[in-house]
Design a protein around this ligand. Structure first.
Ligand code: ZN
Length: 171
């Protein structure tokens, strides 16, 4: 197991569409383990394979609270199959450090996916977990949460973010 490097916006790979997984081999299990470790290390509540440079349809999510048991979801070829309601929660992303913004999402979703053995599953979710599922699946389509912002908010984001990154480089 290993903590992998998380790619940051504006890395072009984050804009690419990931390939469906067809081989449920040891390399996939290794990648899933590394991604979980990378997510917990960050720490974050979700991570998609393209964020660590692998254009594969694989995500990991754990939205359990601090005092709760871990609830790790490793989802291969995930898809939202049902969605309803509206939510507008503040989101962040391990690939867009130190920037947060509210994004309009569905409040309740059903996600179908396979585990690392290829076995099919479905999971219903609402609130934070539902938002995380939508956010991570977006990554597989090359979409970042900032892509959901209005053009005005996005231009403000770009300026703010560039400034932040410059300050980081100088520090
Ligand atoms: Zn993200």
């Amino acid at each position: 197991m290993a903590v992998r490097t998380i790619l940051h916006y504006p890395e072009p790979l984050l804009k690419k569409i990931s390939e469906p997984v067809s081989e449920f081999d040891d390399a996939l299990k290794e990648l899933a383990k590394d991604m979980a470790e990378t997510m917990y290390d960050a720490p974050g509540v979700g991570l998609a394979a393209p964020q660590v440079g692998e254009l594969k349809r694989l995500i990991v999510i754990d939205c359990s609270g601090r005092d709760e048991e871990p609830d790790l979801i490793v989802a291969v070829n995930p898809e939202i199959v049902e969605a309803e309601g509206e939510s507008c929660e503040e989101e962040g992303c391990l690939s867009v450090p130190e920037y947060y913004a509210s994004v309009k999402r569905f409040n309740r979703v059903k996600m179908s996916y396979q585990d690392v053995e290829g076995k099919p599953h479905q999971r219903q979710a609402e609130g934070l977990l539902a938002v995380a599922m939508q956010h991570e699946i977006d990554h597989l389509q090359g979409i970042l949460f900032v892509d959901h912002l209005s053009p005005l908010k996005r231009s403000i984001f770009r300026k703010k973010y560039q400034k932040l990154m410059r300050q980081k480089e100088e520090a």
